[in-house]
Write a protein that binds this ligand. Structure first.
Ligand code: PEP
Ligand code: MG
Length: 912
């Protein structure tokens, strides 16, 4: 029986593809993203140094076996090494012409900076001498050797990196060197020896001289790093499965630090912050890759490479195009130029901001690289959400600038506005944010993987060092945190816990505002505002989404200004106007209270007549804005006591008044107080009379309309008078009157009569015929189960899933998030909050029954949803499957719903 293949040379891609049934995703699972792409790049003719991949299956085997390489793996690794020796003409451990390799982790999903890398494996005292003979460059060789000891020490042996770094710092101080580049060969040689001592003092063993031993230990360390704390934390935050394992990539070393004809850099084939179609990145002449990513040396902008090394730059641009065409996505690449020769060390789909994601998807579709459908799928609903996130108010920015409140400027690597208190370390950031609910900004000279928990807890991120591809920038972008990096004017003193720009000093805990769009740092708290989504690429992408989706997207809106926004955001109708919201306004409240207090029908009618013009104007305003689109007006829903003052408050006020009577100095004053007491007593009695133990299940919705038919009549009159008024103005009005909380068909029957009588009356008075519809909400289980009967009296249904969830689960919607439900979610008793995401099996099933039954009675029954779920992407997918006509959500969620509806349509198309 042949042993399993654990190791694949980059040349053996075809064999691996066979093993994974030609599935690219399967290959990424086996090789990790980095390994798969290296092998693939080699196949399409991009220059990649020879190498091989030890599979994720080997890692999982190693971890499952308690730290033992799976059978045959190590032999295969050694054989692969021999194959590389043959290719490069160099031998591992050879004193004359040594082969050096890197050992890097690479999981299926990119986890930037989370896993470990060891470079220059193969160097030891002997091979170092050989390399010096060969390169005549002791400085380069000892720099490489000390890096091996340092990386091996920290990655494989867990020696704190500071131990090595402080030795370098000390050396620089002693010899007066400004940067690492100023240290000589002899000084690096001294440091190499010093590093070996540090290694020994921390581990009690010597740094291994045997290259094979080095490779073996490095491979193991990468396997183990899969379960390291920072990798686990990252996977938890990014929602990556823990059982995937990491592959190990062993690649021939190429050097960007062998002189001034060498360089190393990282680039994005497009701008990761804005999406602009232009190579963006940083590089360093005569340096190794880690120098660029660590952000310790100030990098050069990739544009300058065109002057420094024109040929390599041209080739890099060409390769960027080839890679984008091949992978059909923006790529994040690492490259090294060794003695003028360009090598690609990595390519992967680049991380990007929401803005960039949208622009790149649209641009690529227009460049013919992807289809419109793919462009739409590439943007997630949550990325659209980002466009609706706060930005700084432009006036606030202008004022802050003119008042000299700009502390400094840096690179605007992740957009959005962040306001918070400055915090200098990750643990404190997390505790201030999580335990004390404070808004914080994470400020560091540079960030490391260990800082991620603090970055996640922070509102924004600020670093004094680093470039567009620094760790801080990548993580911020991925998690949608506004970030500014590379603020060179910023001096951070971590010990004194303060920072300064010139003579301006900011202490830990002080407020700052970061503008991730411009890279400006403001002192103090700037006001934020929600932007209008005018981004031209977003508008295009959403238009494509509209062509794909079959679900309509409507909005829940009560006022004309919200209707305006909803329309701008693409709403195709109003799915819910909660007409009672208009009653709550202070100038109207006394009249509705008077109506509730009325003892005689005449008094009640009079109060209602006062409310009529208000309602008429509200509705007319909505109709005008929604010209040509349907507007569903729901008749009053909440129980009447909600319009009365709180009982306890009333009782207190009464007690106070009675007290004042006792001490009133004049008869006139006593008289006035007694009148007030009498009025309040009436209100109190009525409030007590209306009080219900379970108002949510009490006199509300249709029940209220049946109890007080004049209320329905007034509202219907207002709707139709408004409709006639705007029709006369030339507005096309499509009113729909909706009855809430129906449970029995008879309720509708009764209300419909009242409503239609009044509608006919108004239309006759006005001499205008309005085309309208009469429908109901389905928000009680009984209504859903008897929807065929209900449909006899309703021309449309709208699912009120807030109430339907409440009554299906028997969980009070008002108390849900404050009560045991959270415990249920934490313990996994419920997989999701049913008030946020539609409960497919329960509430969804009731909806399915209602739609089916409703459409049996009325074939084309329009069925929508107006509960909060209408704006939730997962719920929207269920609504699509159920065959709803539209979803209705808050105006701000309309763009998200448009995209989510398109995703749902594409998903079901694919499934078919
Ligand atoms: C619902 O119950 O889902 C609904 C939209 O109505 P309200 O939230 O006003 O009760
Ligand atoms: Mg409801």
């Amino acid at each position: 029986m042949s042993t399993k293949k654990w190791v694949y040379l980059f040349d053996e891609l075809d064999q691996a593809m066979q093993y994974v049934n030609d599935e690219w995703d399967g290959l990424r699972g086996l090789f990790g993203g980095k390994g798969a792409n290296l092998a693939d790049m080699q196949r399409i003719g991009v220059p990649v140094p020879p190498g091989f991949t030890v599979t994720t299956e080997a890692c999982n085997g190693y971890l499952a076996g308690g730290g033992v390489f799976p059978d045959g793996m190590w032999d295969q690794e050694l054989q692969a090494l021999m194959a590389i020796e043959k290719k490069t003409g160099k031998t591992f451990g050879d004193a004359d012409h040594p082969l050096l390799v890197s050992c890097r982790s690479g999981a299926k999903f990119s986890m930037p900076g989370m896993m470990d890398t060891v470079l220059n494996i193969g160097l030891n005292d002997e091979t170092a001498k050989g390399m010096i003979r060969h390169t005549k460059d002791p400085r380069f060789v000892y720099d490489a050797y000390r890096r091996l000891i340092q990386m091996f020490g920290s990655v494989v042996m867990n020696i704190p990196d500071e131990a090595f770094e402080s030795a370098i710092e000390q050396m620089k101080r002693e010899v007066g060197a400004a940067s690492d580049a100023d240290l000589t060969g002899a000084q690096w040689q001294y440091l190499t020896a010093r590093f070996k001592t540090i290694f020994r003092s921390h581990t009690q063993v010597d740094f291994p001289q045997d290259p094979v031993e080095q490779l073996k230990m490095a491979t193991e360390a990468v396997f183990k790093s899969w379960n390291g704390k920072r990798a686990v934390d990252y996977r938890n935050a990014a929602g990556i499965a823990h059982d995937l394992g990491t592959a190990v990539n062993i690649v021939t070393m190429v050097f960007g630090n062998m002189g001034d004809d060498c360089a190393t850099g990282v680039a994005m084939t497009r701008n990761g912050a804005t999406g602009a179609p232009k190579l963006e990145g940083d590089y360093l002449i005569n340096a190794q890759g880690e120098d660029v990513v660590a952000g310790i040396r100030m990098t050069k902008d990739i544009d300058q490479l065109a002057d420094d090394m024109p040929e390599a730059y041209a080739e890099l641009q060409q390769i960027a195009k080839v890679l984008e065409k091949h992978y059909r996505d923006m790529q994040d690449i690492e490259f090294t130029i060794e003695k003028g020769k360009l090598w690609m060390l990595q390519t992967r789909d680049g991380k990007r901001t929401a803005q960039a994601a949208v622009r790149i998807a649209v641009d690529m579709a227009e460049e013919g690289l992807i289809t419109h459908e793919e462009a739409v799928t590439r943007v997630s609903p949550s990325q659209i959400d980002f466009f609706l996130h706060p930005q700084f108010d432009t006036q606030a920015i202008a004022e802050a600038r003119s008042q000299g409140m700009v502390l400094a400027r840096g690179l605007n690597v992740s957009p959005g506005a962040a306001v918070g208190k400055v915090v200098f370390d990750a643990d404190l950031a997390e505790s201030w944010a999580k335990e004390q609910g404070r808004k914080v900004l994470m400020v560091r000279p540079e960030t490391k993987p260990d800082d991620v928990h603090g970055m996640l807890a922070a509102k924004g991120i600020l670093t004094s060092r680093g470039g567009r591809t620094s760790h801080a920038a990548l993580v911020a972008r991925q998690f949608g945190k506004p970030a500014i990096v590379g603020v060179s004017a910023l001096q951070i003193d971590l010990n004194k816990r303060r920072m300064s720009v010139g003579d301006r000093v900011i202490q830990e805990g002080d407020w700052l505002s970061l503008d991730g769009n411009t890279g400006e740092i403001f002192i103090g708290q700037l006001t934020t505002m929600v932007p209008d989504i005018k981004d031209p690429w977003l508008i295009k992408l959403l238009a494509w989404a509209d062509e794909i989706r079959t679900l309509g997207v409507w909005a829940n809106v009560d006022y004309p200004v919200d209707a305006q926004r909803a329309r701008e955001y693409g709403a195709e109708g109003i799915g819910l106007c909660r007409s009672e919201h208009m009653f709550f306004e202070s100038e109207r409240l006394p009249y509705i209270q008077k109506m509730i207090m009325a003892q005689l029908p005449f008094d009640r009618r009079e109060a209602l007549n006062t409310l009529l013009p208000f309602q008429r104007e509200d509705f007319a305003g909505l109709f005008r804005v929604m010209d040509g689109l349907p507007v569903i007006i729901r008749l009053i829903d909440p129980p009447l006591h909600e319009f009365l003052p709180d009982l306890v408050q009333l009782i207190n006020e009464l007690a106070d008044l009675k007290m004042r009577v006792k001490h009133a100095p004049t008869l006139a004053e006593i008289d006035s107080l007694l009148q007030q007491i009498q009025r309040k007593e009436t209100i109190r009695k009525q409030a007590e009379h209306l009080h219900e133990q379970n108002p949510m299940l009490g006199l509300r919705g249709v029940r209220l309309g049946i109890q007080i038919p004049e209320l329905t009549t007034m509202q219907v009159r207002a709707v139709f008078e408004a409709a006639c008024e705007v029709t006369r103005e030339g507005v096309k009005v499509l009113p729909k009157v909706m009855i809430p909380l129906t449970s029995h068909a008879n309720e509708l029957k009764v209300q419909r009569e009242v409503l239609e009588n009044e509608a006919r009356k108004v239309m006759a008075e006005q001499g205008i015929e309005i085309e309208y519809k009469f429908g109901t909400m389905i928000e009680l289980p009984r209504a859903a189960l008897t929807a065929d009967r209900i449909a006899e009296h309703a021309q449309f249904f709208s699912f009120g899933t807030n109430d339907l969830t409440q009554t299906t689960y028997g969980i009070s919607r008002d108390d849900a998030e404050a009560g045991f439900l959270i415990g249920y979610l934490n313990r996994g008793i419920l997989p999701e909050n049913p008030f946020a995401t539609l409960d497919r099996d329960g509430v969804g099933e009731l909806m399915r029954i209602a739609i089916k039954k409703g459409r049996t009675t009325r074939k084309d029954m329009e069925c929508g949803i107006c509960g909060e779920h209408g704006g939730d992407p997962d719920s929207i997918a269920i609504c699509h499957e159920l065959g709803l006509t539209y979803v209705s959500c808050s105006p701000f969620r309309v763009p998200i719903a448009r995209l989510a509806a398109a995703h749902a349509a594409l998903k079901s198309k694919k499934a078919k």
